[in-house]
Design a protein around this ligand. Structure first.
Ligand code: 5RP
Length: 240
């Protein structure tokens, strides 16, 4: 019958698995709903944040959004914003209403590891002053404890004698690590790999920050005001 075929169609449609990119896009577009005309926006970096920037561009060109300014957190995002016609004047806006960005790890307290895309310094500067900071991610980013993903935690260090810091960081965490690449700020990234989740992220952040020549690290603690996670069963918003 017609009705049963429409049911089987809808069941079929639901059973089409959403890709990880679909989920990233869902989370990103949900966050963009929080944007109001007149806002100064922190524009994140990475594949998930890029979906948010795309959506902002679309809403601007359709006229649904206007009078916003974006503060891009990387050269990559700056190029994307420019190509979409999103106005951005980073140096003239000391306040940011809302930042939207991805994350590498999200723990149950909404603390984060970020920066695998290498943009952690600019991201942290922007997200620390933002009135609201919405994190967007697919559910593969959820961890019980920070450092638990087995993926790299980046630390940005000045190039001069960077090996001093490589050795100190490895010793501090009894972890593996190596130099990864040069950042937008002409520093190096040292990627650290933890053997187990950090017991105390705040203590770890303080210890890392004590080393001379460390510019910033990828632990973003107490900064997110909400996290939007997209998974197979829908989009979940977690608020601080
Ligand atoms: C870049 C970041 C990214 O937000 C993080 O790496 C997540 O990236 P993606 O959305 O591509 O998974 O912190 O410095």
């Amino acid at each position: 019958s017609h009705s049963s075929s429409s049911v089987s169609f809808s069941v079929k449609a639901q059973s089409v698995a959403l890709s990880q990119d679909d989920l990233k896009k869902l989370a990103a577009e949900k966050a963009v709903e929080a944007i109001r005309p007149g806002m100064v926006l922190g524009l994140g970096t990475g594949s998930t944040a890029a979906f948010a920037v795309d959506q902002i561009g679309k809403l601007l060109s359709s006229g649904e959004l206007h009078d916003i300014v974006g503060i891009p957190t990387s050269k990559r995002t700056e190029e994307q914003a420019r190509s979409l016609g999103i106005p951005s004047w980073p140096s003239t806006h000391p306040r940011i209403d809302l930042a939207i960005d991805g994350a590498d790890e999200v723990d149950p307290n909404l603390d984060l590891v970020k920066g695998r895309g290498g943009a952690l310094l600019r991201e942290k500067m922007v997200e620390a002053v933002a009135e609201k900071f919405i994190v967007v991610a697919d559910d593969t980013k959820l961890v019980k404890g920070l450092g638990g993903s087995g993926l790299a935690m980046p630390v940005e260090v000045v190039q001069f004698c960077w090996k001093f810091n490589l050795v100190r960081l490895r010793d501090l965490f009894r972890s593996l690590g190596g130099k990864a690449y040069v950042t937008d700020n002409s520093n190096y990234i040292i990627d650290l790999y933890f053997k187990e989740p950090l017991k105390d992220g705040f203590a770890a952040g303080r210890e890392i920050g004590k080393f001379e020549g460390v510019v910033e690290h990828g632990l973003f603690l107490g900064m997110a005001t909400s996290v939007i996670i997209a998974g197979k069963n829908g989009v979940e918003v977690m608020n601080k």
